[in-house]
Design a protein around this ligand. Sequence first.
Ligand SMILES: Nc1ncnc2c1ncn2[C@@H]1O[C@H](COP(=O)(O)O)[C@@H](OP(=O)(O)O)[C@H]1O
Ligand SMILES: [Mg+2]
Length: 275
Amino acid sequence: MHYASLIEPLLTITRETGALIMEHYRTGDYTEYGKDDNTPVTSVDLAASDLLIHRLTHLIPGTPVLSEEAIQPWRKRRHWRRYWLIDPLDGTQEFISGSGDFAVSIALIENGIPVLGMIGWPTMDSVYFAVQGEGAFKVSADRDEKTPIHVRSFDDPKHDPITVALSRRQPESRVLSRLGTNRPVTLVYTGSCALKAALVAEGKADVFLRIGPTGEWDTGAAQVLVQEAGGVLLDEHFEPLTYNLTEHVGNPNFIVLGDPAVAWRDIFPKPDRSE
Ligand SMILES: Nc1ncnc2c1ncn2[C@@H]1O[C@H](COP(=O)(O)O)[C@@H](OP(=O)(O)O)[C@H]1O
Ligand SMILES: [Mg+2]
């Protein structure tokens, strides 16, 4: 399949979903519910999910969609070779709180590997995307220009300060206590896992360590984007994440790394397996 030909229609779909989300964000016209995992979901997550499933199903007929808000049973999913993996609204708590840090995240997975990723940031009117082997790009509000993005290259990989992206919703000590260096760090707080990964991809942050529960939809698009921008997204033991390999759709703790010249394994030493 020629993935690059999907980019233009996907940009339209991502913006359309972003516009739907923004309409409710501005008016506050939505309903909030609690999920089994004690995180919130809103009527907007569900509407965005329905819209994306409809559009993506038409984009590649016969290719199923796995949405955070519509998880299909394992007996069906286990046979999937190619599928869309989506988080219609990544950062629901940020949407509710009004911070503006929420994203539309769309990945195409082929044989367990994310091969295309698109992340829309509706409040910024910008979209990030990447196709495996074809680089990572950002389209800003002016819409026409696709600007290549790259992780930040350190002037001095051994000593330069490190910019760490952190969730607004987690105690910073959870990540900072893992630091195995006395180097100066700058902290950037952003909601949504996809957006924190995008910040690493465009060089506004150097690393993002996520400790705590997330789902495969939080990393699918981010993984291709970061990889194509020169970085990596791995589990906290520096091993690849898997997609649709088991019934469980949760991720292990993971880390997004920028400049490969930096000794990240010393800076964030692997935790004991028993931890
Ligand atoms: N208790 C929990 N269980 C599962 N996923 C959780 C979770 N708490 C946070 N997450 C994941 O972390 C994302 C938010 O990231 P951040 O904290 O960096 O803003 C959530 O995205 P959603 O808003 O799409 O559910 C969700 O996927
Ligand atoms: Mg979501």
